[in-house]
Ligand binder design. Structure first.
Ligand code: 5AD
Ligand code: SF4
Length: 490
């Protein structure tokens, strides 16, 4: 078998320069390599992608899976697969620690499987100290790449296989493949994507972030803001709809600043109106909105739209205008509360959710009380609460007056209790109504039930068969159990 493993079959003269053609060329090469390795192994090579973090990463993982399947890998539901990829997050320090912890396990699997490769990508890999640490302490990792070059994944697979298995089958663990770019203005369209759900999909409308909130590492690891051309976005959604998708989630770190850097600038509200026109598309969601850029024009579009879901995620971060200023959020408490009022006046039954950070450097008891005040005034349907995490390289990391751990913990518990109390009080507000539900999956606990979501993102369980999955059906909301409804088809 070993003699038959032929690497380095790339004919440099044949490699196209333009994208995505170049990647399709490498997909063919990768397919050949994966085929040879599968033959040697006696069964198809398998892969497993573990995703950490946000919706952006989830969408990136679908792109990785699309390419892996295209080159002949078969998905497996275990980290014992022949190619395990960690798509990492680095927003908070504990996310990083989790990854290091799990790498040890992977090494154990790899020692028993001569065909196994380990790949690491995502935001954490954009931090030079992380790559250095992996190079020093986790030499068994085969491939490291970042957030800016995932479109090159096919090419990277080819290099990683050559470095890991060649020229004869038998791993050379010391040849790590590393490709990290600092930033890019490149957006490559038309690469394969494998969706997790057949009926709903994330759609990137922009990449990167220009806001530099002082606690946040994202602008350093995701690079500068760049928007996709509207015609590419529309074309992608039209194709998705033709393929059975009824709901899209438009994705960007700050969707409200969409389109500013296009040759022909276009606002997010204008883009939404174009997306609304796509026939067959039933629901539009978007994530994430920055309060400083949420325009009246957008509120107006949401008010009149038949497809935009009644849910807005509007990160508050802090209720103290003083802290918001140091956070570089560029809005204050009053502006935020006014926005909420305007949105609720335009779309009365909209669900509002948020992100809040506790323990930002210098946060006093009074500042924290301001946050609690906003929470009580807005009464969020739900809120993600975070303990401030010091991220090296961000301005906040260098700030004095880091809040003592026990104080932060106390505030955090207090906030969480309030947030949960309000969520519980608000749950069930739609009881008795008949509302459309997009059925998403069979219920995990009871197979006679299926589970779906209302426009406002609340979960509904109802008796029904799996035939309903992917359909939007009218459901009478009969009972409210904690944070979900029980309903019946009408
Ligand atoms: N510490 C804690 N939370 C953070 N977030 C971003 N950076 C940090 C940090 N350094 C939170 C913000 C953001 C969410 C995605 O993560 O609330 O909205
Ligand atoms: Fe981070 Fe602020 Fe950009 Fe959100 S808007 S990704 S919190 S810098």
């Amino acid at each position: 078998m070993e003699e038959k493993f032929v690497l380095n079959i790339i004919d440099k003269k044949q490699v196209p320069e333009a994208e995505p053609e170049r990647q399709y060329y490498f997909m063919d090469i990768a397919k050949e390599y994966v085929g040879q390795l599968s033959k040697a192994k006696g069964s198809p090579l398998t892969f497993h992608v573990s995703t950490f973090g946000c919706q952006m990463n989830a969408r990136d993982s679908e792109k990785l899976v699309g390419i892996l399947e295209k080159v002949g890998y078969v998905e497996e539901d275990s980290e014992k697969a022949d190619f395990v990829i960690y798509n990492t997050c680095t927003v908070r320090e504990n996310a990083n620690n989790k990854v290091y912890g799990r790498l040890g396990y992977l090494n154990g699997f790899q020692k028993k499987n001569p065909f196994m490769m380990i790949g690491m990508c995502g935001c954490m890999m954009q931090e030079p100290t992380v790559v250095e640490k992996i190079k020093q302490s986790y030499r068994f990792v085969n491939l490291i790449f970042g957030t800016h070059n995932i479109y090159k994944f096919a090419e990277l697979i080819v290099t990683a296989i050559e470095n890991s298995f060649g020229p004869k089958l038998g791993k050379k663990a010391d040849r790590m493949t590393i490709d990290i770019w600092k930033d890019t203005d490149k957006i490559v369209e038309d690469l394969p994507v494998e969706r997790k759900y057949s009926f709903k999909s994330g759609v990137n409308i922009m990449f990167g972030c220009n806001n530099f909130c002082s606690y946040c590492i994202v602008p350093y690891v995701r690079g500068r803001e760049r928007s996709r051309e509207p015609k590419e976005i529309i074309r992608e959604i039209e194709r998705l709809v033709a393929d059975g998708v009824v709901e899209v989630m438009l994705l960007g770190q700050n969707v409200n600043s969409y389109g500013k850097n296009l040759d022909t600038p276009m606002s997010f509200a204008e883009l939404l109106q174009e997306v609304e026109k796509i026939e067959g598309l039933e629901r539009i969601r978007f994530m994430t909105s920055h309060p400083k850029d949420l325009s009246d024009e957008l509120i107006e579009v949401m008010k009149h739209s038949k497809k935009i879901c009644k849910h807005l995620h509007l990160p508050l971060q802090s209720g103290s205008s003083r802290i918001l200023k140091v956070m570089n959020r560029r809005y204050d408490k009053e502006h935020y509360l006014e926005l909420v009022e305007k949105i609720r006046a335009a779309v009365p039954d909209i669900a509002l959710t948020t992100d809040i950070i506790v323990g930002f450097p210098g946060e006093t008891e009074e500042d924290f009380e301001e946050t609690m005040d906003v929470v009580r005034k807005v009464r969020y349907d739900s809120a993600f609460t975070f303990i401030y995490s010091k991220r090296t390289g961000t301005p906040a990391a260098a700030m004095e007056e880091q809040v003592p751990e026990d104080v932060v913990k106390e505030r955090f518990d207090c906030l969480l209790k309030e947030v949960q109390q309000i969520s519980a009080e608000k749950a069930g507000a739609l009881m008795g109504q008949i509302l459309p539900v997009l059925v998403e999956e069979q219920n995990g606990q009871d197979e006679r039930l299926v589970t779906g979501r209302l426009s406002n993102n609340s979960t509904v369980h109802l008796p029904g068969s799996t035939d309903l999955i992917g359909k939007i059906v009218d459901v009478a909301l009969k009972e409210c159990k904690g944070f979900y409804y029980l309903g019946e088809l009408v």
